[in-house]
Design a binder for this molecule. Structure first.
Ligand code: E4P
Length: 216
């Protein structure tokens, strides 16, 4: 499974990139707003850090405007992927951009029907938001299973980015379902490292190693 980090924060991207397991980055308007930096500049800086798909979202609501905005964003770097919301206008824009070989990540996906339409329109990625479904008592990971089944039935080139990840369990379950990608917040990535038995084991080994006679 590919691992993306779900942030626009350069320091967090640098830190996780140093682990050697990072395959890409997703941003969204809320994540960008936290950084208080010009959007195009920030996307360009992220592209310099990670040689992988970097999702940047259009804010227009009409297809023609989305396409125009996307074309400008795509000029920032060859790795830029255009995030387009799952709307009728977004679908039209996705079809146009796909025909121009500009990769699209259709986002704010909350149903298998939406994911099917996105794949049909030629989206390179679909982003189902599992955490936001869980937040309202629906089963986010069930949606991942449904989408994976649909994509497996046909030869769509679309990959699933499991988004709105809230904890390591989401990541593990996404991997068990064969999802192509999980985009993971920094805090969740850090939690994936931690296990008290690992910490206890390291301490025990260190303590016992201290007892091993050492030649002068
Ligand atoms: C993908 O990048 C999505 O925008 C992101 O995962 C949404 O996460 P949230 O539901 O925690 O805002």
């Amino acid at each position: 499974m590919k691992i993306f980090i779900d942030t626009a924060n350069l320091d967090k991207i640098k830190e996780v990139n140093s682990w050697g397991i990072l395959d890409g980055v997703t941003t969204n308007p809320s994540l960008v707003a936290k950084e208080n930096t010009d959007f195009r500049t920030l996307v360009g800086e992220i592209c310099k850090l990670v040689d992988g798909p970097i999702s940047a979202e259009v804010m227009s609501t009409k297809a023609a405007d989305m396409v125009a905005e996307a074309r400008e964003l795509a000029k920032i770097n060859r790795n830029v992927v255009i995030k387009v919301p799952m709307t009728e206008e977004g679908l039209k824009a996705t079809k146009t951009l796909a025909n121009e070989d500009i990769p699209v990540n259709m986002t704010l996906i909350f149903s298998a029907a939406q994911a099917l339409l996105a794949a049909k329109a030629g989206a390179r990625y679909v982003s189902p938001f599992v955490g936001r479904l869980d937040d309202i008592g629906q089963d986010g990971m069930k949606l991942i299973s449904e989408i994976m089944n649909i994509l497996d039935n046909y030869d769509f080139d679309t990959e699933v980015i499991v988004a709105s990840v809230r904890d390591p369990i989401h990541v593990v379950e996404a991997a068990q379902l064969g999802a192509h990608i999980a985009t993971i917040p920094y805090d969740v990535l850090k939690k994936m490292f931690n296990h008290p038995l690992t910490d206890n084991g390291i301490k025990k080994f260190q303590d016992d190693w201290a007892k091993v006679p050492k030649k002068p």
